[in-house]
Design a protein. Structure first.
Length: 324
């Protein structure tokens, strides 16, 4: 796709409308997460701590009593701004060294390991029906509130409540950073914690516009669980509308209208993992200060040019819209 071709999607908002009860559904899920008593422990990692950066492992209790993990890095100054970092799918938080780049900007970082993926965060399961492959269809045979990604968004709400309550960070400067799965989680984090997040940097978000993903034949790689689930449990396609209706409650584009903070957004126009069309559905639904940077010829890969934009965006004073 070229810079001119993507203009066709300037008014595109996805193949399926947002459920009418989407906001009410998530009000209930947030209330459920807020009812979980905060239980957390910050364990210093002395081996990796140095004079300018302290490293710790955060262990906390998530939904269903799961034991969840995040890496926490702190600069020398007290009460720093903090970056909530979300990783891609499937995977885990990046190395301590890579995360330390934010400490060099004067920010603390809290990097969550998504449950049951590449890190030590526990997935307690309990999903109805077969998951077949991957996390995307986990819980799809039951009600929408039982989806893996619904529970994960609730876990992130609990993590945000810990960030608010722990007294370690300047909660007037809370930033979100994520690419791919991390971008999708980042948008939802901003939406469900609008009073907390100040700015967000989002690169090629995953989990968006599931109807278009199926229509484009992009249900491969990160989205492959959908294809396997359909092939084995719905070979005639009779239940696709039902499944897409449930996934709509975890669709990144449907969270976007709830985002209030400034958003720095990046898209590689050669992305075949998260098609640019599906990213347009997210960007066009954002009703907040925003800017998008397009990268012709770049796919679902590290885009250093976008990384460098984050420095000024997060370090700028004020609300951040002037740095977009």
């Amino acid at each position: 796709m070229t810079s001119d071709e993507i203009k066709r999607f300037d008014d595109y908002h996805g193949l399926m409308a947002c459920p009418e009860d989407f906001d009410a559904f998530w009000d209930e899920r947030v209330a459920e997460a807020d009812a979980v008593p905060l239980s957390w422990e910050l364990v210093p990692d002395e081996e990796r701590t140095c004079g300018t950066c302290s490293c710790s492992n955060l262990w906390f209790t998530g939904m269903g009593g799961a034991r969840l993990h995040a890496r926490v890095l702190m600069p020398a100054q007290k009460m720093p701004p903090v970056v909530l970092q979300f990783h891609g799918y499937p995977g885990a938080t990046r190395s301590w060294l890579e995360q330390a780049s934010f400490v060099g900007m004067g920010c603390a970082i809290v990097a969550l390991d998504c449950p049951g993926q590449g890190g030590p965060s526990q997935d307690v399961g309990g999903f109805v029906g077969s998951t077949v492959a991957g996390h995307l269809p986990a819980g799809l045979e039951g009600p929408a509130e039982g989806l893996y990604y619904v529970r994960l968004h609730q876990d992130i709400r609990i993590l945000c409540n810990i960030v608010r309550a722990c007294g370690l960070f300047d909660v007037s400067r809370v930033y979100v950073n994520g690419a791919s799965q991390g971008g999708g989680l980042g948008i939802a984090c901003c939406a469900l914690n609008a009073g907390l997040v100040s700015k967000a940097a989002i690169l090629y978000p995953f989990l968006s516009d599931f109807g278009a993903v199926m229509e484009l034949g992009a249900d491969l790689i990160a989205y492959e669980g959908l294809r396997y689930h359909a092939r084995w449990l719905d070979p005639t396609g009779e239940r696709q509308h039902e499944w897409l209706g449930k996934l709509a409650y975890a669709d990144t584009k449907n969270f976007a209208h709830l985002v209030r903070c400034p958003v720095l957004f990046g898209t590689g126009l050669a992305d075949v993992v998260c098609p640019p069309q599906t990213q347009c559905a997210v960007y066009n639904e954002l009703d907040c200060p925003k800017t998008r940077h397009l990268y012709p010829g770049r796919g679902h890969e590290e885009i250093q040019e976008f990384d460098d934009l984050i420095i000024r965006f997060f370090c700028a004073e004020g609300e951040g819209s002037d740095a977009l």
